[in-house]
Design a protein around this ligand. Structure first.
Ligand code: SF4
Length: 455
């Protein structure tokens, strides 16, 4: 067991019967790196030997409990099996063998789940990665990760595995930027070192790392794949990791049953269910919606209510926190942290951030009421990645769910909007894991190095 004595400030919870459960994503011993022997004793790495053909292994994987319904955990919620099969089809005709990537870049400021998994359950992620690599006949794989402590943990886990694995696994130091985890940016970084998104098509399953068909899966998705292969497995995707922050409470990482009503989480996290909250859901990506107690916490459930569960994070905003100010802070973050390569995205994010900030003291004659919905409609699908969609979705949810606050701003301004908490103004929205014992320098606000964005 490798204990992390500094980890306790970040509370970690498994709820609703999942506490201390070996078969869950969080594991039985929070903030303790699970060793190979411990993981193997729980039934892990059962697929380490590559028996049968890749096609046989793919069908075995497809038949694991819940695999057919597993949605990706990086944010886009794309069906995992569909993605794997697309790479298998591409590999059948490609000249280069396929490549598999565990994407642990986690550039989303409100999420820590991927770093948690890589630091403390690296074998669970590696088991998923090796299982998928075997199903595709891939002989090379990557773990793509920005967090230094997570990289160390993965390297230690690979050392424990030694030459017992048939796949060559490279650990790649991803840039610590918002867009570095977008899957075309992942492929580009692994091929050229430049972690910025590219236009689509082609998608990575068509042309990926050094031209090979490439499967990029989020590390939580891979952990779900591995869990589904453990003895007495629960269906893949039966639970998900949620970083919950805000409301003046320390952040917590929860493992929640998929579909849990938000009210139950609020009771667990705050000790009360309350209608006075809004929630910035899915990181900065899923919108700003009321914290309805009956909101079903699943991708479908949140989508039905006009938001997106994305990476599974929830930032709670307790009344009278101003939703317009929070939207201004998020768009200001995007204006600073876009990849600096698409004109529309760069100009729009800067303009919208300035306009939202201005609503604290609106200028006479500016047609704010026309501009905001126009931007919400026009920005969708513009740019090489989904950042413009994220800004559009945020504006849409702001206008749809908070029309009275917007109207009040236009009529009389807002004292909160004039107050910028700390520097940078989005600093109150950053969540980080505490330092690991062997890596004391990582406890810092997760601010990308400016030069890394433009390189
Ligand atoms: S849309 Fe924006 S964030 Fe995305 S690649 Fe283009 S400039 Fe970068």
């Amino acid at each position: 067991m490798v204990v992390d004595p500094l980890a306790s400030p970040f509370a970690l919870h498994e709820t609703y019967g999942w506490r201390g459960d070996d078969r869950g994503l969080l594991g039985a011993t929070p903030f303790v790196r699970e060793t190979r022997d411990e993981y193997t004793s729980r039934g892990g790495y059962r697929n380490l030997s590559r028996s049968g053909t890749a096609a046989d292994r793919l069908e075995r994987l497809a038949g694991a409990p819940g695999m057919g319904n597993l949605l990706g955990r990086g944010g886009a919620a794309f069906p995992t099996l569909v993605k794997i099969r697309a790479v298998a089809r591409g590999a059948a005709t490609a000249s280069a063998p396929p490549t598999v990537v565990a994407n642990g870049a986690e550039g989303e400021p409100l999420s820590v789940k991927d770093r948690y998994l890589l630091r403390y359950r690296p074998h669970l992620v590696l088991d998923g990665l090796l299982t998928v690599a075997a199903a595709l006949g891939a002989t090379e794989a990557y773990v793509y990760v920005a967090d230094t402590a997570a990289r160390s943990a993965v390297r230690a886990a690979l050392t424990e595995l030694g030459d017992s694995i048939a796949t060559v696994v490279h650990v790649f130091a991803a840039q610590d930027t918002y867009v570095a985890g977008e899957e075309t940016a992942v492929v580009r970084a692994l091929t050229t070192g430049i972690a910025r998104p590219t236009d689509k098509p082609p998608r990575p399953f068509q042309v990926g790392v050094r031209g090979a068909p490439t499967l990029v899966l989020n590390v939580e998705t891979l952990a779900c794949v591995a869990l589904a292969g453990l003895p007495d497995a629960r269906p893949a995707g039966g639970t998900f990791l949620a970083t919950v922050s805000g409301a003046g409470r320390p952040p917590r990482l929860y493992e929640l049953p998929t579909g849990l009503p938000l009210g139950e989480l609020l009771r667990e996290h705050l000790g009360r269910e309350d209608s006075g909250f809004n929630v910035l859901i899915g990181g900065f990506f899923g919108g700003l919606i009321p914290a309805w107690p009956d909101l079903e916490l699943s991708h479908h459930g949140v989508r039905r209510r006009g938001g997106g569960l994305g990476c599974g994070s929830l930032h709670l905003l307790e009344a009278p926190a101003c939703p317009v100010k929070v939207a201004a802070d998020v768009v200001a973050y995007y204006a600073r942290h876009n990849a600096g390569q698409c004109g529309m995205c760069m100009a729009s994010s800067a303009g919208i951030a300035a306009t939202l900030a201005e609503l604290g003291r609106p200028r006479p004659g500016v047609p704010y009421a026309e501009l905001l919905p126009r931007w919400a409609a026009q920005l969708r699908g513009r740019g090489a990645c989904a950042v413009p969609d994220a800004i559009a979705g945020l504006l849409r949810t702001l206008l749809h769910h908070h029309p009275q606050q917007v109207t009040r701003h236009l009529a009389a301004g807002c004292p909160q909007c004039g107050q910028v908490e700390g520097d940078p103004r989005w600093g109150h929205l950053l969540v980080t894991l505490p330092p690991s014992a062997d890596e004391p320098t990582i406890a810092r606000a997760r601010e990308p190095v400016p030069s890394a964005m433009g390189s």
